[in-house]
Design a protein around this ligand. Sequence first.
Ligand code: ZN
Length: 262
Amino acid sequence: MRLVRFSLDPSTPATTPDVSPLVRYGVVENETVYETAAGWSARTGESWPLSRVRLLPPCWPSKIVCVGRNYEEHAKELGNLAPAEPVIFLKPPSALAAHGDPIVVPPLAQRVDYEGEIGVVIGRRARNVPVERAQAYILGYTCVNDVTARDLQKKDVQWTRAKGFDTFCPVGPWIVPVAEVSLETLRLRTRVDGEVRQQASPDEMIFSVARIIAFVSEVMTLEPGDLIATGTPAGVGPLAPGALVQIEIEGVGVLENRVTTG
Ligand code: ZN
């Protein structure tokens, strides 16, 4: 099963909040979207071909929590040591972009990189969750591109600017529920114009998904729909205008976005 948020109006912005009457929820089966109530509970009886709907980011997060340097080889490639505990930062929900939306390179940035990551969507409120129980708080998995203005990240102490531009958080195309995949099989692959640039499996993470949820929930309450980007593996690199970037997670899907200039 694949969980989506969508609109029937193709011009609906990716950042349209759940309170908007344009935002609908649904499940995808055999290229058909079956509408459900919000939160993917009961089906409404309405359905549309997948190709006819405007997909939105599959969750509406109150916050997007990202983990930096969670793969040893990636920490090294940027000249950093593997951290002793998770390094976390936030991206604003205003950075959300949907599957198929452009990634807009802002005039302020000289170098904009892709960062393919496994996205974890929270399913219920989580506060001080122990590692052993963390799995129960996951709704499912999705693909995330933690787009980063690398030059600004190096220049600034805080990464808010480098990570926070509009369209710098493509997410989707959908969520696969936690019960339907096992985390160990979620192989991540990033392609730019068809060429593989990043490849990793979750067992290469320095801090496991369960450990990350425990760590973050000790700091801030996680709400249903919150998104955790679990870090990027080695192989990051710049995106030129016109490039097509695909973040694939085996068993989940492929998130595809093209780069444009603002
Ligand atoms: Zn990242």
